[in-house]
Ligand binder design. Structure first.
Ligand code: UDP
Ligand code: MG
Length: 336
């Protein structure tokens, strides 16, 4: 059997401080895998420049000029980590047998790739990288992240605990993922929905080698919120139940009011009326907000805007086509 072509897909946004430090590590890993005869010589490191405003893209271009194993694509503007990652994966889908996605900041242990490939060789289509310890995260980030995974699970979203976006995906699993047309991307919730055999490998997460996280608390919260509303309709159902519960309480209250009327105690109750009004007002606004969140999602899904636009590539796909078509051509004898 021919060796699989591996593409390491790396989204980068304003990482000029990081790339010169980590790119060498990725290259070393890839060339050692090639030398060990585990992946094909045409395997590549594919950087995705997510509309960086600093020198990230020139660095990627320079790297690709220096070593054939480096390739890059550039998005027309900043679209966020998830979209950038999807752009890379969808580009790699046409060129690779298997992909591994990883952040460019050196936080994820590059050496875990060997174990991932071993799982792939054993027949897995998806291998999740799971953090065995979160010692480098602050207590706050650690506990909020843990709480988030628990919350997502409670809402019925199938998600791998403590897994970020460091994962191996085979070509056929990527083809499955390509059929998910949603615009609101939350890849770590979507990949389990693709199915196929999967497994997890464990690694320790390090400190960022340089630069700063692009996910401050505010962004983390909105990412979590998007995750919930993109993958679960349970909050809406909870609102329905809340409605039932409040209707029931109201029924009891109505009976109390009627009884009081007949007992001639109708002038009291100013405070209870106000409490009920405030409470109902709050519940209704909250419920409207949650439902509005879903309507917002429907709005962006129906517009079906492109999830990413690739503006530049360091490689010429028309030149690469005859080469990459050569292999699939063998199993399509009808090709002219
Ligand atoms: N990233 C991106 N687009 C963005 C923000 C981040 O492509 O709009 C990339 C970033 O360059 C990095 C990865 O996504 O490779 C994860 O970002 P970061 O390390 O800032 O997040 P954290 O690890 O702190 O959650
Ligand atoms: Mg990071």
């Amino acid at each position: 059997m021919a060796l699989p072509v591996l593409y390491i897909v790396i989204p980068c946004y304003n990482e000029e401080a990081v790339l010169p430090l980590t790119s060498g590590l990725f290259l070393k890993k890839l060339t050692s895998l090639i030398a060990a005869g585990r992946v094909a010589g045409s395997s590549r490191v594919l950087f995705v420049n997510d509309g960086s405003k600093d020198g990230t893209w020139p660095i990627i271009q320079k790297l690709s000029g220096e070593d054939v194993h480096f390739e890059g694509i550039s998005l027309s503007r900043n679209r966020g980590h998830q979209n950038a990652l999807l752009a890379g994966l969808m580009t790699a889908k046409a060129l690779a047998d298997v992909t591994i996605s990883i952040d460019c900041d050196g936080q994820d242990d590059i050496d875990a790739m060997d174990a991932m490939l071993a799982e792939y060789e054993a027949g897995c289509d998806v291998v999740y990288g799971v953090r065995s310890a979160r010692t480098t995260d602050t207590f706050f980030k650690r506990s909020t992240a843990r709480g988030f995974y628990k919350f997502m699970r409670a809402l019925g979203v199938e998600m791998v605990y403590d897994h970020a976006d460091y994962r191996l995906i085979s070509r056929r699993a990527l083809e499955g993922l390509a059929q998910f047309k949603e615009v609101n991307l939350f890849l770590r919730g979507m990949v389990p929905l693709v199915g196929y055999r999967s497994s997890s490998i464990y690694y320790e997460r390090h400190e960022r080698v340089a630069g700063e996280s692009h996910y401050p608390l505010k962004k983390m919260v909105s990412f979590a919120f998007d995750g919930v509303t993109s993958l679960s309709v349970r909050p809406i159902r909870l609102i329905t139940w809340l409605g039932f519960l409040i209707s029931l309480i109201s029924l009891v209250a109505i009976i109390v009011v009627i009884v009081q009327y007949f007992l001639g105690m109708t002038t009291t109750g100013w405070s209870s009326t106000l409490v009920a009004i405030f409470f109902m007002g709050g519940v209704q606004l909250l419920s409207l907000g949650v439902i509005g969140e879903y309507i917002g999602k429907i709005y962006s899904e129906t517009k079906a805007r492109p999830r990413f636009i690739i503006s530049e590539k360091t490689f010429d796909e028309t030149a690469a086509a005859p080469d990459s078509a050569a292999t699939p051509g063998k199993d399509s004898p009808n090709a002219p």
